[in-house]
Ligand binder design. Structure first.
Ligand code: URA
Length: 252
């Protein structure tokens, strides 16, 4: 995008234009979130061309792609408009993520189910109620933490995400972690762990053991939906959460 803008500017300069109108209405009229090339018009604007170039390059960088976003607020519209995989065709809502953008603790789940798809919020169904209980048992609230999924759109009939869907969605969760920069990430279940890290860990082998994700402490644990089917595994998750509390300096 940045290179495209510079090429466009050089071309216009060759055509003899020396000034640009960079008011947002004129420059970005009719664009979606993904920032197609700006319409550049000759005007009587007398700002120096170098200043104009710097402004348009900056605008292009911040509106250009998920990778260049510097806040979750900037990133969210890209996800809401995303059509990178087939799940876009069947979703009701994109479930971007929710909670404290400055959280020390981030929970990363798999994909929205029916309730999340309808409400546009992560973990609001039965598994979500159990996750809320786990968070409360850790002496925290949902507003203290950030909750997101590795897949932002519901797979039909809650089927497992396909590898290409995980691949298409991975930039969003990785960017969310980069922007929130939590002290600890808890991955819930296999897909979340494998997709975030890009490694084929076996959840039963690594659960309860600290891993490193880009310099952030990562605790893999079971998914709450698994706990609904296998309540005896709750003690394992509680043991994992006590490690997380210890890391965050929360007494238990
Ligand atoms: N399961 C998940 O992994 N994520 C949700 O948001 C809900 C259920």
């Amino acid at each position: 995008m940045h290179d495209d803008v510079l090429r466009e500017l050089a071309y216009l300069r060759e055509l003899g234009f020396t000034h640009l109108d960079l008011t947002p209405k004129a420059a970005f009229a009719g664009q979606g979130h993904h920032g197609a090339a700006a319409t550049l018009e000759e005007t009587v604007d007398d700002r120096p061309a170098a200043e104009a170039e710097a402004r348009i390059a900056a605008a292009a960088i911040t509106s250009g792609s998920p990778a260049t976003c510097v806040t979750l607020g900037e990133l969210r519209p890209f996800a809401l408009d995303c059509t990178a995989c087939r799940l876009a065709a069947t979703r009701k809502n994109v479930v971007f993520g929710a909670g404290n953008e400055n959280a020390d603790l981030m929970f990363v789940g798999e994909a929205p189910g029916h309730d999340e798809d309808v409400q546009g919020e992560p973990f609001v169904g039965r598994a979500g109620q159990l996750l809320t209980d786990i968070i409360k048992a850790m002496k925290l609230t949902r507003d203290d933490v950030y909750i997101a999924n590795v897949i932002k759109c519901r797979p039909p009939e809650n089927r497992n995400p396909e590898p290409d869907e995980l691949e298409a969605c991975r930039p969003y969760i990785r960017k969310q972690v980069e922007l929130i920069r939590p002290k600890v990430i808890v991955t819930l279940g296999r897909f979340s762990l494998q997709s975030l890290t890009g490694r084929s860990y076996a959840i039963t082998a690594v659960r309860g053991n600290w891993l490193d994700y880009e310099g952030v402490r990562l605790m893999p644990t079971y998914h709450p939906a698994y706990l609904l089917r296998n309540p005896t595994a709750k003690k394992d998750v509680w043991s994992d959460m006590k490690k997380v509390m210890g890391e965050l300096g929360i007494a238990f």
